[in-house]
Design a protein around this ligand. Structure first.
Ligand code: LLP
Length: 875
């Protein structure tokens, strides 16, 4: 029977039980927490009734209630004030009851029991897993009572069930007491007895997710996210026609939309693929809920409660192995700790792995990914799932050390490519592997079932890698399995709405005037630059800020920076000359010259001018020692670890050309003495576009270690690199945390000065590139919007794959309905300012705004194709 056109599930796939009367629908906590959503749920139920099936509705506790109950128990154990916490939980239920026009007294008896149990916990000062399960079950029981009462009030025939009378868990060998009560499992094979009992119930069944009973009749929980699992168990036992899981997202996406707004909805997946994505951190479906439906081939539909009209993801057997290879998603999961075990003897030692894994068992930790070589076995321990803290890992490592050498690598993230026959697409991964060139990949595994390939890297790189991989890979595998992008569905989603409006929204009229008079222009906002400088000046640990003028050497901006009292970091004689031309009487010690592989004459000239000079190699001292006789110099140190948004901008570590490596320090001491120079400052800059504030602490610590050998050092310059968010709404650099980290460095400095030399932070957000639309084109799946300037003005997207927000300023606020690639007029395919952007349909002469372009925009512009880069205007 055809379903309601908007509320149905589609495309319909074959079900092994076409005659089953049962359809199981599960709703998550958010879905059942508002009256608007309940109105939708009621409509979905009516729709199912019209289809001629019997809905079994399973749902979670109201949003936040499970966590509130855990907090309540913690408070009770600690003997704290539980009344306030209880009142809050009650108020949440009462408010929903009122919205649903149900008398809140309905829940009086249930709350009375909860109060009693909590009072008992308070008295004994501890909570057993058994009591924990009982208290948590309250959330689902109360919420379903409200739901049932609401549906009844609409005149629907509803039967509320206590699921504990129908769902009994299994007793498993080797299960700890905690797991028995808090992470129980049920059998899910067809259950004729249950089917018979359900057949005797009249009306729509509504019951609880997450809970069940054990053989003794006590309450048990099915683990966090267990409502999905409950629904899947019921579907399996009832031999249901299908399972529908309704949440606040429409389904699986090709990547986490928070990281990749152009992530695509995956319309159809095989159970195995869904299992991989769910297990690799997919988030919206509990991994345990797949096998119960997979066992009998019951199709599973994921749908969005607030938007039932959106297409969702369908999980079934329909996509099978004879189909071509297909990449479906790039998942990532953080909170991973690696344990690397090394032993030269292990390969010929019978039982080594058994012994090692036994230690994991003894510590109650489960192993997830494994890679082995003759002398090393590295495994991942999923700390989020195991609730294993650092102490637990350290205890494990201590025991493992009795067997072999052990290294613990914390704060890792696993990035997984999920798809079908991944092995056959290895050749497509060439460019992908390039991304990993500069980053330490701690572990690589390929699943034995040919469904995934996983890389484990440091957490801080995870988001960026997912973005890159998605851009490189997903669109290559169209294959009809992808639907709308997250942006298309949500218009960009919640974070952007919450963020403060960028300056260019407020100055739209002025910008449009500028844009309408020329093809393209860089516009810089004075107020924003002043704001950034003020923020830097508020860093209490920093004595002096040098503006890295390579980011933007525009004369008007330099004047503003000078006016506000910043100093200048210059990398070429040209930059030094520009500063001296603008400010002839400037104190020369406010200029730091930091050349790299420069000719001898540049050093000599700079020394003559009296500016600070940085050496970033021993060569000048070795070969031109005489030039430095009696001079004070800075030395740039390579502290070993490069950081930054792209390999090209990571300026420390073995693969970077910058700085004196730590192993050359002895020679540096000798050469300085021999030349008769003095090292008065240390300098380090590990990379650009860094948001992790530990970076500057690490650098500072490395420099502090060298002070002992260089008593004449008076300045420590920990570099620039301060990042800014790429997308509107993303979190920026935490300046307070940065100040706290720098304060640690400053403490070790004694009376020496601590310097910073940012470029991007001062100018990036203050600058936008305006470009007029020239032409549009539709070619196959891809729509192009052409603008009057491209990589000759802004090369960052082509060079680093950098992301810049793009808006159609002429049509700001108009519905964004077209997915387009924005290109310039340069004769290169790489002349792309942004791919897969959701914009309102553009017309010739509209003005597009490319945001965050004040740093390394014009500065890196060129005359390529003899096209002038956009002109610059300061407002
Ligand atoms: N100090 C030194 C020694 C540097 O090499 C740099 C940047 C900075 C300071 C300033 O870094 P910032 O605070 O701006 O991140 N073209 C690339 C950035 C290259 C950065 C080069 N060095 C981009 O567009 O992202």
């Amino acid at each position: 029977m055809p379903l309601h056109p908007t509320l149905g599930v589609s495309p319909a796939v074959a079900t092994p039980y076409p005659d089953s009367p049962w359809v199981v629908l599960k709703f998550g906590g958010r879905s059942v927490s508002t009256a608007e959503n309940w109105a939708i749920i009621a409509e979905l139920i009516r729709d199912r009734l019209a289809e001629g099936v019997r809905p079994v509705v399973v749902h979670s506790a109201l949003v936040g209630v499970s966590n509130a109950l855990i907090a309540l128990l913690d408070t009770a154990v600690a003997g704290g004030d539980t009344d306030e916490k209880l009142r809050k939980i009650r108020t949440q239920h009462d408010s929903l009851a009122k919205e649903l026009k149900i008398a809140p007294a309905l829940l009086d008896a249930r709350f009375a029991v909860l109060e009693q149990v909590v009072a008992g916990v308070r008295l004994v000062g501890e909570v057993s897993p058994r009591v924990h399960a009982r208290v948590l079950s309250f959330g689902e029981l109360a919420a379903t009572e409200l739901g049932a009462a609401y549906l009844k009030s609409l005149g629907l025939d509803v039967a509320w069930l206590d699921i504990r009378e129908y769902l009994e868990c299994q007793t498993l060998r080797d299960q700890t007491e905690r797991a028995r009560y808090l992470s129980a499992r049920c059998d899910f094979s067809a259950d004729k007895e249950l089917q018979r009992r359900f057949a005797t119930i009249d009306g729509i069944v509504i019951s609880q997710g997450f809970i069940a009973r054990n053989a003794q009749g006590e309450t048990v929980l099915l683990g966090r996210g267990g409502s999905d699992t409950s629904a899947a168990y019921l579907a399996g036992k009832l031999e249901a026609r299908r399972l529908e899981i309704w949440t606040d997202a429409p389904g699986f996406f090709s990547a986490d939309p928070k990281a990749v707004p152009s992530a695509r909805l995956i319309k159809s997946l095989h159970y195995r693929e869904a299992q991989e994505i769910a297990s690799a951190g997919g988030g919206i479906l509990h991994p345990r809920s797949i096998s119960p439906v997979r066992a009998s081939g019951i199709p599973l539909y994921l749908k969005c409660t607030t938007h039932p009209e959106w297409e969702g993801s369908t999980i079934s057997n329909a996509q099978d192995d004879d189909q071509p290879p297909q990449l479906k998603a790039i998942s990532h999961r953080s909170g991973i700790t690696l344990v690397s075990m090394e032993s030269m003897e292990m390969w010929h030692q019978v039982g080594f792995l058994a012994d090692a894994f036994n230690v994991f068992r003894e510590h109650g930790l489960s192993v997830d990914l494994i890679s082995t070589s003759e002398s090393n076995v590295t495994v991942s321990v999923d700390v989020t799932q195991n609730v294993a803290d650092r102490a637990a890992i350290e205890a494990l490592a201590a025991d493992l050390r009795k067997l072999c050498k052990v290294t613990v690598i914390p704060d890792c993230a696993a990035i997984t490519l999920v798809g079908r026959r991944i092995r056959t697409i290895l050749h497509e991964l060439g460019p992908v592997l390039e991304i990993f060139q500069e980053q330490k990949v701690h572990l690589v595994t390929q699943a034995a079932n040919d469904l995934n390939l996983t890389f484990v890297v440091s957490s801080e790189h995870a988001y960026r890698l997912v973005q890159h991989l998605h851009g490189l890979l997903v669109n290559k595998f169209e294959g009809g399995v992808f639907g709308a992008t997250w942006e298309q569905l949500t218009g960009g989603g919640a974070p952007a709405k919450a963020a403060p409006k960028p300056w260019w929204v407020k100055k739209k009229a002025q910008l449009l005037e500028i844009g309408s008079e020329r093809d393209a222009a860089y516009v810089y906002d004075r107020d924003s630059i002043e704001g950034a400088i003020a923020a830097l000046k508020s860093l209490r640990a920093v004595d002096s800020v040098f503006y890295a003028m390579k980011a933007n050497p525009n004369r008007e901006i330099l004047k503003l920076v000078h006016e506000r009292g910043l100093n200048f970091e210059c990398v070429s004689p040209g930059e030094v000359a520009r500063v001296l031309e603008l400010f002839p009487s400037i104190d020369r010690k406010r200029i730091l010259f930091t050349p790299n592989f420069a000719p001898r004459a540049e050093y000599e000239h700079a020394l003559e001018q009296g500016v600070w000079v940085t050496l970033d190699n021993l060569f000048p001292l070795r070969q031109w020692g005489k030039s430095f006789k009696g001079k004070d110099v800075f030395v740039r140190i390579d502290t070993g670890q490069g950081r930054g948004h792209h390999e090209h901008v990571r300026t420390a570590g073995a693969h970077s050309k910058f700085g004196v490596p730590l192993f050359e320090i002895d020679e540096l001491v000798e050469l300085v003495a021999k030349a008769g120079a003095r090292v008065v400052g240390f300098h380090a800059h590990t990379g650009s576009g860094v948001l992790d504030t530990d970076a500057w602490l690490d650098t500072g610590k490395q420099l502090l270690k060298l002070l002992e050998r260089f008593p004449e050092v008076r300045y420590l310059d920990v570099g620039g690199g301060l990042g800014v968010p790429e997308k509107t709404g993303q979190a920026g650099l935490d300046l307070r945390a940065l100040d706290a980290r720098l304060a640690e460095v400053k403490q070790g400095c004694g009376d020496r000065q601590l310097w910073l030399e940012p470029g991007r932070f001062i100018v990036a957000q203050a600058g936008v590139l305006l470009a007029r639309v020239t032409q549009t084109k539709g070619k196959g799946d891809v729509q192009y919007v052409g603008v009057a300037t491209g990589m000759n003005s802004l090369i960052r997207p082509a060079l680093y794959g950098a992301y810049h927000d793009i808006v159609n300023l002429t049509r700001l606020g108009k519905p964004a309905t077209e997915l387009v690639t924005v290109v310039g007029p340069i004769c290169e395919t790489g002349d792309r300012l942004g791919s897969d952007r959701l914009l309102p349909p553009a017309k010739e002469n509209d003005v597009l705004l490319i945001a965050n372009a004040g740093a390394y925009g014009y500065a890196m512009g060129s005359h390529y194709n003899l096209r002038e880069p956009a002109e610059e205007i300061l407002i």
